[in-house]
Write a protein that binds this ligand. Structure first.
Ligand SMILES: [Fe+2]
Length: 204
């Protein structure tokens, strides 16, 4: 269960080389992600809310936050939740495609026609986000698969949708290695997606 502190990665920073470089991983995790946590803890200091609620529960109770602090809390709490999810969906031991025997494989085929078509559509979804944001494969409220774009640190959880995989397309996720070439970063991302975790996200 996610807490209000930086989750430890289950792999070292250099484990995803050459697809995601060690320096990007280190700065992304230890500085960017940590800063989101630090920021919302500061905003919610003395409110008691972080003692009362887990991060995902807190997301559903942000109406209890003072209006002048609410947007900052949404942005930074979203940053914590999204990044925690991102670390869990990438792995140094990838399979390169979805498990053919799982429920997710069948659902991807039903929704997109084929795994390759899904990958093309997800790539296009991630490429066309204007500015900073995330692309997602989600299970919607009806249990169907869908592609989503969110801007800033908004999360599909706020709309009652469950992320299956997601990619951070803020420049801080790729600028050191790929500079402005988001397409190269998305291509590299496909080499590290944890399809075992994706299957769990879909089936559980
Ligand atoms: Fe990020």
């Amino acid at each position: 269960m996610l807490s209000h502190s930086l989750p430890e990665l289950s792999y070292p920073y250099d484990a995803l080389e050459p697809h995601i470089d060690a320096l990007t991983m280190e700065i992304h995790h230890s500085r960017h992600h940590q800063t989101y946590i630090t920021n919302y803890l500061k905003l919610l200091e003395w409110t008691g809310l972080t003692e009362k609620y887990s991060p995902s529960e807190l997301l559903a109770h942000l109406d209890e936050v003072d209006s002048e602090k609410k947007q900052g809390a949404i942005n930074n709490l979203g940053g914590h939740i999204n990044h925690s999810f991102f670390w869990s969906i990438i792995t140094p031991h990838p399979l390169n495609r979805v498990l053919s025997t799982g429920n997710l494989s069948a659902a991807l085929q039903e929704t997109f026609g084929s795994f390759d078509e899904f990958r093309d559509q997800f790539t296009a979804t991630a490429l066309t986000i204007f500015g900073s944001g995330w692309a997602w494969l989600v299970k919607d409220k009806h249990g169907s698969l869908a592609l989503r774009q969110t801007t800033g640190q908004n999360t599909p959880l706020s709309d009652g949708e469950k992320p299956i995989i997601g990619i951070d397309v803020w420049e801080h996720a790729y600028y050191l290695k790929h500079q402005n070439k988001r397409a190269d970063y998305i291509a590299a991302f496909w080499n590290v997606v944890d399809w075992v975790q994706a299957e769990k996200n879909f089936s559980e």
